[in-house]
Design a protein around this ligand. Structure first.
Ligand code: CA
Length: 294
């Protein structure tokens, strides 16, 4: 029994190696370690806004609730009941459902926003099966310094900003990443490579073999799996953390073993002077090229 199990594992390993996608000319192929990628490269879309946009710099310290599902175009939308509840109050975090919609849509006129591509690299931490991309503290997330509308403040903004600490950067942008992943049977996984399968999640530093995704940063962050909200760090705020254990949520999200699903992340940097952005995940995410874009 033991030897046949071992043979099956060997065959499975060979099959996994043989099914690795062939290299495409000009395409970056990630290095692998024991058949597991050492880095995940995720291509995303940055949309650069001016501080004078109705939702940028104008609404610090507040919150608006996103709807629990993506809209027909695969973009976040506001929970309209909550929006109506806080409308006109100091709790309001966005000007309108329409202005919020602009965060995630290309503006061909380039009067409202400018669209740029930006790829992030999540590196595996010491063979743990956990991938991390961290721009925080003294090394914050400013992917479009010197690009788009340029640094902040900008004479075109037509207003002075309340805060300008931590150097001169291009603030006031959103970042959208569309990825795909395969949801596997937890009992079949040994993500941390310790020879024991299906170990449960304890924390980010000891995730066992669970599929988890955690974000830490500011400002707004929304994560959707299979079109449904799983992380909501909406509003202008200091760095905060939130995450999802996909195994715990699989039933609610409608995930079945060996199915391919989208994980979409939407981030907004709305307010100087911080831009913290950290992803930690055990999910082998890949850029969803079918989701590019509008
Ligand atoms: Ca394990």
């Amino acid at each position: 029994m033991l030897s046949s199990t071992k043979n099956l594992l060997l065959v499975a390993g060979l099959a996994a190696a043989a099914s690795a996608p062939a290299a495409v000319a000009g395409e970056v192929q990630p290095a692998t370690h024991d058949g597991v990628p050492t880095s995940l490269f995720l291509e995303g879309t940055v949309r650069d806004f001016l501080a004078s946009h109705a939702d940028f710099e104008s609404y610090p310290g507040t919150y608006n609730k996103p709807a629990a599902v993506l809209d027909d175009e695969g973009k976040p939308m506001l929970d309209l009941a909550y929006y109506d509840l806080v409308r006109g109050s100091r709790s309001q975090s966005v000007h309108s459902p329409a202005s919020f919609g602009q965060w995630w849509r290309d503006d061909e006129s380039e009067q409202i926003s400018k669209t740029l591509k930006h790829t992030i690299e999540l590196e595996q931490i010491n063979g743990s099966g956990v991938y991390r991309f961290a721009r925080e503290n003294s090394n914050q997330f400013f992917p479009i310094d010197g690009k788009g509308w340029g640094t902040t403040p900008n004479p075109e903004d037509g207003q002075s900003l309340r805060y300008q600490r931590g150097g001169v950067h291009n603030y006031h942008f959103t970042y959208e990443v569309s990825t795909i992943f395969t949801y596997t049977d937890p009992r079949s996984r040994d993500l941390d490579g310790d020879g024991r399968k299906g170990e449960q999640f304890k924390n980010v530093n000891n995730p066992g073999d669970a599929l988890f995704f955690q974000f830490t940063g500011d400002d707004d962050v929304f994560v959707f799996i299979n079109g449904q909200l799983v992380v909501d760090l909406g509003g202008v705020h200091q760095s905060q953390s939130a995450g999802v254990n996909v195994d715990d949520e699989a039933s609610r999200l409608g995930l079945v073993y060996n199915g391919n699903y989208e994980l979409k992340l939407f981030f907004a940097e709305r307010h100087t002077s911080q831009s913290n952005f950290k992803i930690e995940t055990s999910i082998q995410l890949a850029t969803d090229s079918s989701a590019h874009y509008d």
